[in-house]
Structures are given as structure tokens and as C-alpha cells.
Design a protein around this ligand. Structure first.
Ligand SMILES: [Mn+2]
Length: 330
């Protein structure tokens, strides 16, 4: 017996036959990519692997091989040799009941992971959970196929903000090297993800940027989405991926707050450049994420809590010390 979590998880997966794979609510490219890659690998070994998430994959990921087999459910029945939970800081983040009745394998890269599994592999140095899954698939001795490679690449491409975030390491490119070598058409995959939006999303983008509020001398941008804006622009609610990143194209903007009101709660997404830590901001409001990409939910929204959120974000920008133009790596 070794204490190396990757080796222990590899053994558990090789020994088992039936698996369920879950990820967080509102799954993103890294959730879906990591799940599909691992499911393809387990099936290549002759095992059964079901993917069960609380929410459907976003439209831009539905062309990934195997995406049409992803189940959407609030609970899983029956027994599995393991529930592999990918990309979740806590088990509750899945909002899928019944996973806790299985031996849980926790594979994640989010700072602050609660180590909730029977087996835990937590690596905050991975730019994407898909990097970890790449290493796991290698340990399982499954050769990459175009279907596996496309899933891994989707996870890395989206979780690095199209290779722009500070989380990128040599390992990121080593994984992508293997993806390219196995025959994935990376340009076609990028087009499927980034040149595949509705005209409604384009109209929403125009309105959002036009109505953007700037605070702290333009260092913090605030975007606001409500039902009326979606209705007026015709943007489908599941087609807003990436709009939050647009203000960061401006030299002066160092952090973005996007507020989305929905059923009496306000969903907050945060993005930042360089050393500006928006994960700490989200954590102060019960959320989490990464330094440059995080989120939380305001259950009792209102001007007061929004003012506190803004003040925390402005403080994060100020505390980062350096203007992004002078930060390391820029
Ligand atoms: Mn991720």
C-alpha cells in the first residue's frame, strides 16, 4: 500500500467495475471535459461509467464525443464501486444526492478542497482538473484517443481562459502536447467552443458592455444580468459563457463582478488579472474558486450586500499591490 493518492486511485479504478462520475452544479468545460475523458478511459478498460450531473452541459460542449450520454439528475440510485467526484471542493457542490452512499474518490484542483473522499487527490497546482485526469489515464495505461483528447483539451482551454490565466505551467503544455499528438483537431474544437454562440448572446454582450459600471478609477468593472435583459436580447440563459471576461480586455480593468439575479437570489461571478485574488472575495461570501476565477451566491441580495461585495473586490485589487501592467508575467 502506498500513500500516493494517484497510485491508490489508480488501483481502486482498476479493481472496480461500476462507476458513477459527478461534478459540480452548472458544469463548465473542465467539469464536462474531465468527466468525459475519464469515462472514455474507464470504458476502454471494459468498465461501466455513468456521468450524472445536476445540470446539463452548456450548449458549447454538447458536440464533445459522449456528451449526449451525460445524465441530468438530482440523485443517483444503486451501488457503485466508486463515485468519482471531479472538480468539486465539497461533495455538496454536486447537488446530486446518493453519492455519499458510495466510496467517494475526490479529484480536484480548487484551493480549499474539503478532502471529503475515501480517497482524495487534491492538486491546486494543476491548471485544470483535466490535467490531473490526463495523468490518471496515463497511470491506468489507457492510450489517448481523439475522444479522450478532445475532452481533456476542452477542460484545459476553458479553465485557462484560452491559455491566459496565471495557473498555466509546463505541465499544461505537456498535457496539450499529448492531446495534439493523438489526433485532436484543436482548431475545430476551439471554434466549437468560442465561435458557436447565439445572436442573442452577441446582443447581450453589447448591452452588458454598454451598461457596464466602472469603480475604483476603472480598475473594477460591474456587469448586471437580469431576466429583462435576457428577454430583451433573446440570449438563452445557458449561453453566457465568457461574457464576464470581456472587460478584462481593457488595460485598466483588473477585476470584474458579474451579478445575475435569479429567483430571488443573486449569483456572483468574479474574474481578475494576475495577483488580484477574487477567490478570497468569494470565500468571504460563502463561495469559492480560484485566484483569477471565483463565484458565490447572495441568498439575501440587496444594495447593502452588493456594496460590501464591491468594497471587498476593490480592496482585493488594492491589496494586490501592483498594477497588473507591472505584475510578474505581464
Ligand atoms: Mn477546473
Amino acid at each position: 500500500m502506498t500513500s500516493d493518492p494517484l497510485a491508490r486511485i489508480t488501483t481502486a479504478l482498476l479493481d472496480g467495475e461500476r462507476f458513477v462520475l459527478a461534478s459540480h452544479v452548472r458544469p463548465d468545460g473542465d467539469s464536462i471535459g474531465s468527466q468525459l475523458a475519464l469515462a472514455h478511459a474507464l470504458r476502454a478498460l471494459g468498465k461501466t461509467a455513468r456521468i450524472v450531473n445536476h445540470d446539463a452541459p452548456p450548449a458549447y460542449l454538447r458536440t464533445l464525443p459522449g456528451a449526449d450520454g451525460i445524465e441530468v439528475a438530482a440523485a443517483v440510485d444503486g451501488r457503485f464501486d466508486a463515485a468519482v467526484v471531479l472538480e468539486c471542493g465539497t461533495l455538496e457542490r454536486t447537488e446530486v444526492a446518493g453519492l455519499d452512499r458510495q466510496p467517494v474518490v475526490n479529484i480536484d484542483h480548487h484551493a480549499g478542497n474539503a478532502m471529503y473522499g475515501a480517497l482524495n487527490w487534491f492538486d491546486p497546482t494543476a491548471a485544470a482538473c483535466a490535467e490531473m485526469v490526463h495523468d490518471l489515464i496515463a497511470a491506468l495505461d489507457v492510450a489517448l484517443t481523439p475522444a479522450i483528447g478532445a475532452a481533456l483539451y476542452a477542460g484545459i482551454l476553458t479553465d485557462t481562459g484560452s491559455f491566459r490565466h496565471a495557473n498555466i505551467t509546463a505541465r499544461t503544455f505537456e498535457t496539450c502536447r499529448d492531446v495534439a499528438a493523438c489526433g485532436v483537431d484543436v482548431a475545430a474544437l476551439a471554434a466549437a467552443i468560442y465561435q458557436n454562440s447565439s445572436l442573442g448572446k452577441l446582443r447581450l454582450t453589447g448591452r452588458l458592455l454598454n451598461e457596464m459600471r466602472l469603480e475604483a478609477d476603472g480598475r473594477v468593472a460591474v456587469l448586471r444580468i437580469d431576466e429583462a435583459l435576457l428577454r430583451e436580447t433573446g440570449c438563452p440563459p445557458d449561453d453566457m459563457e465568457g461574457v464576464i471576461n470581456l472587460p478584462l480586455a481593457a488595460r485598466d480593468v483588473e477585476a470584474v463582478i458579474m451579478l445575475r439575479t435569479l429567483d430571488g437570489a443573486t449569483r456572483v461571478s468574479l474574474r481578475s488579472k494576475g495577483l488580484v485574488d477574487v477567490r478570497a472575495v468569494a470565500a468571504a461570501f460563502g463561495g469559492g474558486g480560484h485566484r483569477n476565477a471565483a463565484g458565490c451566491t447572495l441568498d439575501v441580495p440587496g444594495p447593502d450586500v452588493e456594496a460590501r461585495l464591491l468594497a471587498r473586490t476593490v480592496a482585493a485589487v488594492t491589496e494586490s499591490g501592483t498594477h497588473v501592467a507591472a505584475a510578474p508575467g505581464f
